[in-house]
Design a protein around this ligand. Structure first.
Ligand code: VGL
Ligand code: ZN
Length: 205
């Protein structure tokens, strides 16, 4: 059994959003088309409380882009984004949702960020995605979405670590930073992620 994982296709990560990923909207037609090749489709949703520790405004004197040390780990600070029950946190209406089996929320704890769709950043708390996939006998996952250099990377690395055969659909991802995205893809490849593209997934050789 294989599954498609759609990472953080939310208003705040799209053009006009609070933490817009450049050209993030260009992945939506691919995300929609790819759904025809999968029976099991999951989505992740960044879902922060307003007082979340990843927001620069919650650290007096700090600005987005800076890094602080929180509970002995580095935390990059972001603009306020994907606040629970706001329009910015909603999955874009440009994404077909009628075939999505389940949505997994992440980043819900005030104290710790969660880039991966599987675990928070210190791997203490699971979102339930890994357990769900194992229960459905999924062996292979295909990942796409936003952002290549953060949540997509963290999700793919955790998928490999959990033992799933992991594919990254590279042309259906966009990153915050182009250089970081290139090194993120290299890091994923080295960890055992197979880098593929939409046309190959739609028309397997
Ligand atoms: C993300 C930064 C902060 C992402 C989420 O979805 O890549 N990046 N929160
Ligand atoms: Zn976030």
């Amino acid at each position: 059994m294989k599954a498609l994982i759609l990472v953080d296709l939310q208003n705040d990560f799209l053009p006009g959003g609070a933490l817009a990923v450049p050209h993030g909207d260009t992945v939506l037609p691919l995300a929609n088309k790819l759904q025809s090749s999968f029976k099991l489709i999951l989505a992740t949703q960044d879902w922060h409380p307003i007082n979340h520790s990843s927001f620069a405004v919650n650290h007096p004197g700090r600005t987005p882009g800076e890094t602080v040390v929180l509970k002995k780990r580095q935390q990059k600070l972001w603009p306020v984004h994907c606040v629970q029950n706001t329009r910015g946190a909603e999955i874009t209406t440009g994404l077909m949702m009628n075939k999505v089996n389940k949505v997994f929320k992440k980043g819900v704890d005030v104290e710790i960020d969660s880039h991966s769709g599987f675990f928070d950043n210190d791997h203490q708390r699971s979102t339930g995605l890994g357990e769900y996939l194992k229960e459905k006998k999924v062996k292979e996952v295909y990942i796409l979405g936003l952002a290549t250099d953060y949540c997509v990377k963290a999700t793919a690395l955790d998928a490999v670590a959990l033992g799933f055969k992991t594919h990254l659909i590279e042309d259906a991802c966009r990153g915050v930073n182009e250089t970081d995205s290139k090194s993120a893809i290299e890091e994923m490849r080295k960890a055992g992620v197979e880098i593929t593209k939409t046309s190959v997934v739609l028309n397997p050789p």
